[in-house]
Design a binder for this molecule. Sequence first.
Ligand SMILES: Cc1cc2nc3c(=O)[nH]c(=O)nc-3n(C[C@H](O)[C@H](O)[C@H](O)COP(=O)(O)OP(=O)(O)OC[C@H]3O[C@@H](n4cnc5c(N)ncnc54)[C@H](O)[C@@H]3O)c2cc1C
Length: 409
Amino acid sequence: MPTPMLLRSLFIATISSNKFLLLPSLRILSFLAVPDRTFLFNVDRNPVLKAILKRTLYNQFCAGETEQETRACVKRLKDLGFKGVILTYAKEMVFDFKEGSANEHGTAEAVSVEEEQATDPDIEAWRAGTLRTLDLISEGDILALKMTGAGPTVTKAFSKGNLPPKQMLTALDTIAQICKDRNIQIIVDAESQHWQTGIARTTLALMRKYNRHGKAVLYNTYQAYLKATPDVIAAHMAEADKHGFTLGLKLVRGAYMASDDRALMHDTKAATDKMYNQIAHGALQQHLFGFGAAASGRPFPGLNLFLASHNRHSVLSAHRLHGQRLEAGLPTVPVAYGQLHGMSDEVSFSLLAQEGETPEVFKCTTWGSMGECVGYLLRRAVENRDAVLRTKDEFVALRREAVRRFWWS
Ligand SMILES: Cc1cc2nc3c(=O)[nH]c(=O)nc-3n(C[C@H](O)[C@H](O)[C@H](O)COP(=O)(O)OP(=O)(O)OC[C@H]3O[C@@H](n4cnc5c(N)ncnc54)[C@H](O)[C@@H]3O)c2cc1C
């Protein structure tokens, strides 16, 4: 890790691991994340505010505001030894369960019939932004899609559990075909529950078409903190088995605790951890939710696993299990790992340093203007607040490394 990056990480970890510094910082960021602030508090228009945010939070967690900045960041990440990057365009909507409303980095949900029937400029902007994102990565990298970034006609369909309008389906089809031709995989991010049924339905339709011949071009994201996730995964495995496609299973714990309905989630962190590890290990053993050799006859479908997590125990135990099964000649599934840019570098580098077969590790980063990225930055800050132990460990590891470099130089 280059020294300027180490010092910036140490600065962020110092704030994240100290509640007296983190809580006021979070309040300021929440305030700035509200769209359409006046000049003084507008992160895109006030140059001083923008410069401060850019040098600190933005550069720590995001790739760049322009294509040129993003390309340079992607290269830097790959030079550190990662298999590739997962790149996403920041524009998204966030649904607040308590308020019962959505905001963009967005617009309200009401859409007139005329708007729905016309060529939708929001979908077109999302399609163009996604194609520009695709231009910034190359073979072996992954494109991450936040479907709600395509605006209100799409989110309106998703909130009813429907497929999005035809214009969006055509855009998705074009993007999937380009990715397949260029050997780039696609991850469809899981978002607020308000939209998730529609998002998953859309992704499943694309997987059915593109995930053929044992390889997942697309992954759907499953959130282990949701009580319903085992049923959703089982239903999607049944679909994969019935239609002969490979299920792309990206597993996360879930990032919307602050804004989604808490009753849908496990009551404790321990229960979420248990479910995460059960799904990861079950997939690697090809024995999950009634599917698999040892189960009552339901064949295990083709499945590619992607473990997105900063939890050291979860990723290292999965990697160990995968290695043991390969060594013993037991059936398993292909697996890759991902951590967010600017977070848990220690976990990413520990994975890369494992003995035996080098795991495929990706760093996931976001590009877009400061205004588009501020919601994403806020979620990362909240995540750091909630992961007190992990951020303390990270702080200690970074401080130790900084002292080592400056002491011995
Ligand atoms: C590469 C990558 C891609 C991601 N993509 C997505 C995505 O598409 N959609 C998405 O929603 N998230 C996504 N995330 C974020 C992810 O869901 C987690 O919020 C984040 O990674 C923290 O979980 P963890 O596994 O890293 O580790 P940990 O720090 O061990 O777990 C923290 C998580 O545990 C859960 N948790 C904490 N407290 C409780 C509690 N009291 N009860 C129940 N559960 C609790 C929450 O999910 C919390 O985020 C992504 C993360 C990564 C690394």
